[in-house]
Design a protein around this ligand. Structure first.
Ligand code: IPM
Ligand code: MG
Length: 357
């Protein structure tokens, strides 16, 4: 199990550091794990004037799985676009063909009160957003800036999906729904966008191959509303890159904190990049304040999806559950007045739980 670790920027190195300690425990237990670290994002720019240095891409290509922290920070906001940290992330997704982004939103019962929604609306929440990750307006051409006929500057991007791109992500959605409660909701904007009309037609056609899955469709604006009104109506949501970006941030709040949500970005062969869905949080970087649990839970997803070690995944998830049950809280998941622990202490608690499991 060869893992490339890309800590990135801001809180990235701290949270990844805790996940690395989890890997060390598993290796001590006898799992054949090796890992190597390389810079990405702003750290890549600092080290090699490139948000995805060639050596980092090579390491990621050679690995079986990749663990990433987060990228970005104010220091890099004024760089030209190809040098921006986000480009490192977008390029690695694209270069490695990581088209299937799984973003589960699971509410741990202990955190029901930490959600900004009423406990009865979110308790028992367990939904999965399947987001397409290498197409759409994120990568469509042409894009850029130009002067229009009236002499005004304008910016433009192209939303774009081909049938094969829609089919492969829809299949991931159908398969995931099949393994869960058998309900799949495809989210689009087919009342306005041609891309979405093709999306809906394609997903509907594929449904014939999945008679055991109940497929519904929803416009993205309605989905955004339904997610806060009655999130438990959803099991698996499949959607494009842009809508999935937005809806997954929204869904994270249902689970108490964005600091709790892991993700997997998979290629066609199960190789994956695993990362928390939150960003680099430069405002709290280096201060032992960040929640490392989303990163540790991303490791659990790695063992489940790339290494087919569901037992190890469950052991990691069980350790996270047990520290939450014992009342350990980083600032983002603490209620007013509750005692707060730091990144490192949260890591210590997970390690202790893991050792005794
Ligand atoms: C995410 C992030 C990225 C995205 C950014 C950092 C490019 O928001 O992973 O959701 O938009 O995909
Ligand atoms: Mg996002």
């Amino acid at each position: 199990m060869k893992i490339a670790i890309l800590p990135g920027d801001g809180i990235g190195p701290e949270i990844v550091g805790q996940a690395q300690r989890v890997l060390d425990v598993l290796r001590d237990d006898g799992l054949a794990i090796s890992y190597d670290t390389a810079p990405i994002g702003g750290a890549g720019c600092d080290a090699a004037q490139d948000p995805l240095p060639p050596a980092t891409l090579a390491l990621a290509r050679a690995a079986d799985a990749i663990l990433m922290g987060a990228v970005g920070g104010p220091r890099y906001d004024t760089l030209p676009r190809p040098m921006r940290p986000e480009q490192g992330l977008l390029r690695i997704r694209r270069e490695l063909g990581l088209f299937a982004n799984l973003r589960p939103a699971l509410l741990y019962p202990e955190l029901a009160a930490a959600s900004s929604l009423k406990a009865e609306v979110v308790s028992g929440l367990d939904l999965l957003i399947v987001r397409e990750l290498t197409g759409d307006i994120y990568f469509g051409q042409p894009r850029g800036r130009r002067r229009n006929a009236e002499g005004a500057d304008e910016g433009f991007d192209t939303m774009h999906y081909s049938v094969p791109e829609i089919e492969r992500i829809a299949r991931v959605g159908f398969e995931a729904a099949r393994k869960r409660s058998g309900r799949l909701c495809s989210v689009d904007k087919a009342n306005v966008l041609d891309t979405s009309i093709l999306w809906r037609e394609t997903v509907t056609r594929l449904a014939a191959d999945y008679a055991d899955v109940a497929l519904t469709h929803m416009y993205v604006d309605n989905a955004a509303m339904q997610l806060v009104k009655n999130p438990k109506q959803f099991d698996v949501i499949v959607t494009g890159n842009l809508f999935g970006d937005i809806l997954s941030d929204e869904a994270s709040m249902l689970a108490g904190s964005i600091g709790m949500l892991p993700s997997a970005s998979l290629d066609a062969n199960g190789k994956g990049l695993y990362e928390p869905i939150h960003g680099a949080a430069p405002d709290i970087a280096g201060r032992d304040l960040a929640n490392p649990l989303a990163t540790i839970l991303s490791l659990a997803m790695m063992f489940r999806h790339t290494f087919a070690h569901a037992d190890v995944a469950q052991r990691i998830e069980g350790s996270v559950r047990s520290v939450l049950r014992r009342g350990l809280r980083t600032g983002d998941i603490a209620l007013p007045g509750e005692a707060v622990v730091g990144t490192r202490a949260m890591g210590d608690a997970v390690i202790a739980a893991l050792r005794s499991s």
